[in-house]
Design a protein around this ligand. Structure first.
Ligand SMILES: [Fe+2]
Length: 427
């Protein structure tokens, strides 16, 4: 025993000495991709709620979504502020879809509210099954967003989700590519189960990526599964499509756009965006944040130039409105820009962050364009997630947390100052 203790002490001493004497290692050895998770077939009673997730649904309201195999299960949500005490009840709507030989369960969407800010609610779906709880976002600063795109359902996805679960955040933002179902519809169900512990506890606000586009000509619509399962507050934000919408939380106006729907000047999305931006009141929401899937500022070889068309059409609208921050995915790596516009740094442009490194099965995009463009500040191909803490009307702290093996490690961080009060927003 004594010998064992001595060995342990000498090992620790050697490690400490080595860490002092050896130069700091700067070359990060990236772990290997991890395999797709395989979920055991775990049948539930047909009317037990599955794949529960919540999302913001207009001022002081939350939409609760879940799936049952039982087509006659009710779409009610009972809720209250104490466990097991449900003083309120809301009735929702249902949908379902077919995809070749696949038949979805009954997909329920029920809006509840009005709700208090920054408050824990306990709820039950369909009048039975387990109790869940979520916390509503605060009504004012500070507010914290967790950000991770291109999630998929691999071992790395699980690491990313575990790290996000440990951080104190109010709303999850997902810039596209959720399940990587890629036409295998049961993978949407396993993804729903994988994210349920987090997505049932905090609002998940998502937009779509190329992996949500599951069109088979003459047989299936693009985004049929995504639209049925992940209903976002498009009607609440005067949009006619679930593929683009906006919402407000604390003092932040967040716009979610679609990279895979029309964006030219004659398109509905463009008209809606123009109208939505014109209504932003910077006194009420000093911060303006936009998410979509395909990055405009990307110095990775992967997907190089794919966002150019959308950028040409929409960047002038962003610039005129004074967008502070753009969050994108698609490239499986992390990159942060300076404030940019028209391809170069500009103090009145937006900071662009690519964070498509949630953990999907396709692996990382490791080849970069050289030399690094002048607008690019930090770039690295590792899995991880971001945290955006908006502290007040002028200052926000952004950090990127690399999945270093199974630990989250803060690898990039920066204070971002909003454009509010700057000459950029002068009338
Ligand atoms: Fe993608």
């Amino acid at each position: 025993m004594e010998m064992k203790t001595k060995t342990m002490i000498s090992t620790i001493l050697i490690s400490v000495l080595l860490s002092i004497l050896l130069p700091v290692r700067t070359d990060y050895v990236r772990p290997q991709p991890r395999k797709t998770l395989h979920f055991p077939w775990n049948p539930k009673h047909p009317s037990v709620p599955q794949q529960v997730h919540v999302s913001l649904a207009g001022e002081n309201h939350i939409r609760i979504s879940w799936v049952t195999d039982d087509k006659s299960a009710p779409s009610i949500v009972e809720y209250g502020m104490s466990p097991g005490q449900y003083n309120f009840l809301s009735q929702g709507e249902t949908t379902s879809y077919k995809y070749l030989f696949y038949r979805s369960g009954k997909i329920h969407h029920t809006v509840i509210g009005p709700l208090e800010h920054d408050t824990v609610y306990f709820y039950r779906c369909g009048g039975q099954g387990p109790e869940f709880q979520f916390k509503t976002p605060p009504g004012q600063f500070p507010v914290t967003f967790a950000v991770a795109g291109d999630l998929g359902q691999t071992g790395w996805t699980k690491s990313t989700l575990n790290h996000i679960e440990k951080c104190k955040y109010d709303v999850h933002l997902l810039p596209g590519d959720l399940s990587y179902a890629d036409c295998m519809q049961h993978r949407w169900d396993t993804f729903g189960e994988l994210v349920q512990p987090l997505a049932s506890a905090r609002p998940w606000m998502v937009t779509q990526g190329n992996h949500e586009k599951e069109k088979i000509p003459f047989f299936t619509d693009a985004f049929a599964s995504y639209n049925a399962r992940w209903k976002m507050p498009f009607e609440e934000s005067k949009s006619t499509s679930n593929l683009y919408y906006s919402f407000e939380v604390a003092g932040v106006h967040v716009v979610m756009l679609g990279s895979y729907t029309d964006y030219d000047e004659l398109s509905d999305q463009y008209s809606w965006l123009k109208a939505d931006l014109s209504k932003v009141d910077r006194k009420k929401t000093p911060w303006l944040v936009v998410l979509f899937h395909v990055p405009w500022y990307n110095s990775n070889h992967a997907h190089q130039g794919e966002g150019d068309g959308m950028m040409m059409a929409m960047e002038p609208l962003f610039y005129a409105a004074g967008v502070d921050l753009v969050l994108t995915g698609h490239v499986h790596a992390y990159e942060r820009s300076k404030r940019v516009n028209k391809g170069k740094s500009d103090p009145c442009g937006a900071v662009h962050i690519t964070i498509g490194d949630g953990g999907n099965r396709e692996g990382l995009a490791q080849k970069y364009v050289h030399p690094k463009p002048e607008w690019s500040v930090f770039r690295e191909a590792s899995f991880g997630h971001g945290e955006l803490k908006i502290v007040n009307s002028t200052h926000a702290f952004w950090s990127w947390h690399r999945n270093d093996d199974d630990e989250p490690m803060r690898s990039d961080q920066v204070w971002i100052t909003s454009l509010i009060g700057s000459e950029c927003l002068a009338e």
